[in-house]
Design a protein around this ligand. Structure first.
Ligand code: ADP
Ligand code: MG
Ligand code: MG
Length: 885
């Protein structure tokens, strides 16, 4: 199997492995594909991801085979360009670029202008006829290589450059002359020597292999690990390395570098979108050193900006670029994110990939592209990441609310957020952990800030354009972001910031509107999301193709209404204990728990009955005609106990018992391991009167609603934490007896079912027997995960992070179902349940019911429905559709 693939020039691109991202990475695969369809791509070669994995596993060593394959591939590049790496007269320069299977913005570092040294720089100057360009390239190379490969702090180089410019009285880098760069190069080399104790490597082969090693090593950097964890990217993927002949955007005013999207990645509008810079190289556009210029005349005019757009300044290269945009969209049938360089008027393509987009843009593009005949409905459904819908389902700023606008920056990532100002990523993470809503405010962000950006509700930067790090990452994460708000100045020492003439400090509240770039003081009122339009169309398509039903986990009428708006087709889990906590009721609940006799409990339960009945009535009214799974009381009783003296005193007064007595009873109820203690159906077995009251409340409410609305709900009474058939047999008889009583009293009958939750391994194993008593199973995968893994949900935070980092778990098993282990139990229980009762209804009601990967599994096992929290219902609808395509 090949370890190195060449592209460009006369390279043969026919091996399908070369266009397989798992082998050559996203960048490498697309470079080969662009070269194959005849686009101008500088020649180069890709070292496979497999080599990265081998290298990292094998003690960071390169095999002789790999060295030979690279030498061959380099010859291809040299022959195509007609220059040789390390040749003093006419040197080839290359870039060394990382490229994993999926793009990981900012994670991996690219080295440009490799191949320059004290001798080749003269050759470059002579052949280009441009001294300034040659020395500019050399100083860039030393800085980048020293930073990325040799680990020298880049701040030292930036400082030296600042001082050099100051000495000369220059403001822009472009004012520096050849001699100025040459002097700086000498200083840079001095810095390297001083920091490392040895000189900057002059041997071009040493440079090349050093850079390749650095790319491989960067796969295991802390930054990359954080990003991988946040995005569920397995460590085994590795990254490819791309070595590519340099083209130069820094060769004067007929040269430029830029980034572009074939459609607007924020709104989805069909308009070219991007930025470019004349006489610049590489990351200059995104680094915020100079303010980039617009690509199109229309965008420049809309923004009221002066510097000419590329369309105006370089019409020939622009029109060639526009043709490439169209060609790439037709070829990939998707919006592309493109990097290009113009060298002396000639366009070169350096990268293309399917562009990241906001949820709103993803929807619009998916729907538009079906209209344009570019993709089919099914593909459009598959195009939209279900989790991204989350961005659209949350409130936006009320257009009529008063806004105290401090300044307006660039609308880098849409959505609105309010929170307290925090000036660094670590603190943002800490405060967010404590439940605080934070807005991260930075001059600009870098990959070191990712954890803070993730923790923040919104991001504000003083510098950087629409394609800056902050903008790209925020859009990917679905965080609102305002970038390039130049009126913001931060004083890190005092931990304050000034916006225009207003002084603010860390901890003050700020609101961001990422859709128009506004930065506002204080909190601004929000409105509910728009669920029609493109969203409605895509959801309609999803509903057409999905097999599984989607229900919701909800117990308040408000949540039920919200869930129905989002398309819920019933309730998958109504947790009755939540109703016990409501104000005014907890006292009766406590009285019931602390009573020392059945009679005492019945007295207290009689007070709760009308309350529960009215809860259920309201819910049934919203869900009329739809199935409603109601779980009888589940948590350990001690969760309802009074805390602290004042609560005991209040209760004592209410129920007419002494504080001492109540405290002693509470002590008796203490459990060492309550999650495995007196809870679930064990409560129903020991205190049948509790379940009797609940069953009565359910059936009375259902009969009432049937009478008033003419259509009955379909209650599905669910017994939790069943381990044995006998438990369910006893409790089912209890529920059926109460149902019969209520129906006789009311003179009416409604349809209902009794079933159970499968949430203990024994229940899963014994599902065949249990199904004799159960009309339905609902997989309670939260507890099933807890009991199968023997991992406490509430105490696992401390070790789950390291477990995921070390690859022991691919993902947090409470977020995404452990398909191999817990999944087996689900599959087996479904099989055994069906063998006993062919028409048994099967669903899932754990957190996993809203997780797309777990939903895919539910489809495979053939469950009838998934149930998710209200905001996740649309996500589940889309994921269920994707799973059945
Ligand atoms: P990233 O993965 O961070 O986008 P890239 O490998 O795409 O990193 O490199 C960043 C930038 O460096 C590119 O956008 C391009 O401007 C520049 N670059 C990379 N390779 C070359 C090359 N061979 N010639 C000119 N510029 C290059
Ligand atoms: Mg980069
Ligand atoms: Mg790139």
């Amino acid at each position: 199997m090949k370890t190195v693939y060449t592209f460009g020039g006369s390279a043969d691109h026919s091996d399908p492995r070369q266009k397989d991202k798992t082998v050559t990475g996203g960048k490498g695969a697309n470079l080969a594909e662009m070269a194959q369809i005849g686009l101008p791509v500088p020649p180069g070669f890709t070292i496979t991801t497999e080599e990265c994995v081998d290298y990292l596993a094998g003690g960071s060593d390169f095999s002789d085979d790999l060295r030979a394959a690279v030498a061959d591939a380099l010859k291809h590049v040299e022959q195509t360009v007609g220059k040789t790496l390390g040749d003093n007269g006419d040197p080839l320069l290359v870039s060394v670029r990382s490229g994993a299977r999926v793009s990981m913005p900012g994670m991996m570092d690219t080295v440009l202008n490799l191949g320059l040294n004290d001798k080749t720089v003269a050759g470059l100057a002579a052949t280009s006829g441009d001294d300034r360009f040659a020395w500019d390239s050399y100083r860039r190379f030393i800085q980048m290589y020293s930073d990325v490969v040799l680990g020298v702090d880049h701040g030292l180089f930036e400082e030296a450059l600042e001082i050099a410019k100051e000495d000369k009285g220059f403001y822009n880098d472009t004012e520096m002359e050849a001699e100025d760069w040459q002097t700086l190069v000498a200083e840079y080399k001095g810095i390297v020597d001083q920091e490392l104790g040895h000189p900057f490597p002059q041997d071009v082969n040493q440079q090349l292999w050093g850079a390749i090693a650095a790319v491989f090593d960067s796969w295991d950097s802390d930054r990359a690990k954080v990003y991988r964890r946040l995005n569920d990217i397995p460590a085994e993927w590795g990254t490819a390395v791309n070595v590519q002949a340099m083209v130069f955007g820094n060769m004067g005013d007929t040269s430029a570098t830029g980034v572009a999207f074939t459609r607007d990645p924020a709104t989805g509008e069909k308009a070219y979108y991007g930025e470019y810079l004349i006489n610049a190289q590489g990351e200059d556009v995104v680094a915020g050193i100079r303010t980039p210029q617009y690509l199109t005349k229309a965008a420049r005019e809309a923004a009221g900006a002066k510097p000419l757009s590329m369309e105006e300044a370089m019409p020939a290269a622009y029109s060639e670029l526009a043709d490439v945009f169209d060609l790439l969209e037709k070829h990939y049938r998707d919006m592309q994110d493109i990097e290009f360089t113009v060298q002396d008027g000639k366009l070169w393509m350096l990268q293309t990939r399917s562009g990241k987009r906001t949820a709103k843009a993803a929807l619009k593009m998916a729907v538009d592209m079906v209209g344009e005949g570019l993709v089919e409905e099914k593909e459009a459904i598959l195009r939209v990441d279900p989790m991204a819908l989350d961005q659209l389902l949350h409130p936006t700023l009320d257009p009529d609310a008063k806004r105290d606008v401090l300044t307006t920056g660039l609308p880098a990532s849409p959505g609105a957020a309010s929170g307290v100002i925090v000036l660094d990523a670590d603190r943002a993470e800490q405060l967010a952990h404590g439940g605080e809503k934070v807005i991260l405010v930075r001059v600009e962000t870098s990959p070191e800030d990712i954890h803070g950006m993730h923790a923040a509700k919104g991001i504000l930067t003083a510098r950087g354009g629409m394609t800056s790090h902050a903008a790209v990452v925020a859009r990917g994460m679905g965080r609102p972001c305002v970038s390039g708000a130049s009126a913001v100045s931060i004083d890190m020492k005092a931990r304050t910031l000034r916006i225009g003439n207003r002084e603010l400090k860390e901890g003050d509240t700020l609101t961001l509107d990422g859709s128009n770039g506004q930065v506002m003081a204080g909190e601004v009122a929000t409105i509910e999301p728009e669920l029609a339009g493109d969203f409605g169309i895509l959801m309609e398509w999803a509903d057409k193709y999905r097999r599984m039903r989607v229900r919701t986990n909800a117990e308040t009428p408000n949540d039920c209404r919200m869930a129905r708006q989002f398309g819920a087709e019933g309730i998958g889990l109504c947790r009755t204990e939540h109703m016990f906590f409501e104000a005014g009721r907890i006292s009766a609940v406590r009285e019931m728990i602390l009573a020392d006799s059945e009679a005492g409990r019945r007295d207290a339960l009689a007070k709760l009955l009308p309350e529960q009945r009215s809860d259920f009535r309201e819910i049934f009214e919203v869900m009329v005609g739809l199935p409603c799974t109601i779980r009888l009381l589940d948590p350990p009783l001690h969760e309802f106990l009074p805390h602290g003296d004042s609560e005991f005193e209040e209760l004592a007064e209410n129920v007419g018992l002494s504080v001492d007595y109540l405290k002693r009873r509470a002590g008796e109820l203490h459990e060492f391991n309550p999650m495995l203690g007196h809870r679930g159906c064990r409560l129903g077995i020991t205190y049948p009167e509790i379940y009797e009251m609940q069953a009565r409340a359910i059936f009375e409410a259902a009969c009432e609603v049937a009478k008033t609305s003419g259509e009955a709900p379909v209650p599905e009474v669910m017994i939790p934490l069943v381990a044995t058939r006998r438990e369910l047999q006893i409790l089912r008889a209890l529920v059926e007896r109460v149902a019969a009583e209520v129906f006789a009293e009311q003179g009416t009958e409604i349809e209902y079912m009794v079933g159970t939750m499968i949430e203990l391994p024994r229940a899963a194993l014994m599902a065949g027997e249990i199904a004799e008593e159960a009309r339905f199973f609902s997989f309670g995968t939260n507890d099933l995960t807890q009991t199968t893994l023997g991992v406490s949900r509430d105490d696992s935070a401390r070790f789950l992070g390291p477990y995921v980092d070390k690859g022991i778990f691919a993902r947090d098993p409470f977020v995404s179902l452990d398909l191999e282990g817990v999944g087996q139990l689900v599959e087996l229980a479904a099989e055994r349940g069906r063998a006993t009762r062919g028409d048994i209804k099967l669903g899932i009601c754990g957190e996993h019911g809203g997780d797309p990967a777990s939903i895919g599994f539910c489809e495979k096992v053939g469950l009838d429905y998934v149930s998710a929290s209200p905001y996740r219902v649309p996500i589940a609808r889309l994921a269920a559709a994707q799973a059945s395509l």
